[in-house]
Design a protein around this ligand. Structure first.
Ligand code: FES
Length: 164
């Protein structure tokens, strides 16, 4: 990786935007890369603006490399104010924004972000019920953190234990 790109990634990581889960998200997307073992989850909240349903806020959590985190940070800012269709039309290199072109070995990092976005915004995406006082714990259980996904299996589910 060239030095300029490394500097831009470090600058994005020094002040990452939109990290963490979004408790009142309208949609969630999760994606993993079996080759490198990275995972990324994205939460998206919409709002009405000028008669259109646009992205109000997007956040992410990642068990990912620095490049994936930097791209997710930039991408969650970039898609703000866009409709789901406009956000889905963005290519991985556009999501990487000011990082500029990524070397071939890092292109899949931006594709991880694109995949999480696609997963969240596709018609089959996990959607979240609006929380009420009585359903808050139920909503939380449908939108666990990435760590929860690994350590707390759903009721009746199977807990996966990784072998050494
Ligand atoms: Fe696999 Fe970056 S090295 S997501």
């Amino acid at each position: 990786m060239n030095e300029d790109l490394q500097k831009r990634i470090q600058a994005a990581l020094a002040n990452p935007q939109n990290m963490g889960e979004l408790a009142d998200a309208d949609a969630i997307g999760t994606v993993g890369n079996s080759d490198c073992g990275e995972m990324l989850r994205m939460w998206v909240k919409f709002k009405q603006q000028d008669g259109k349903r646009v992205i109000d806020r997007a956040t992410f959590q990642s068990f990912g490399c620095e490049t994936a985190i930097a791209v997710a940070s930039l991408a969650t800012e970039l898609i703000r104010g866009k409709t789901a269709e406009e956000a889905l039309a963005l290519k991985p290199e556009e999501l990487a924004g000011e990082l500029g072109p990524l070397p071939p070995m890092k292109i899949h990092c931006s594709q991880l972000v694109e995949g999480a976005l696609r997963s969240a915004l596709s018609p089959q995406a996990e959607t979240c019920a609006k929380p009420t006082e009585s359903t808050k714990s139920a909503v939380t259980s449908t939108a666990p953190t990435l760590l929860d996904s690994f350590s707390k299996p759903k009721e009746g589910g199977v807990k996966i234990q990784f072998l050494d």
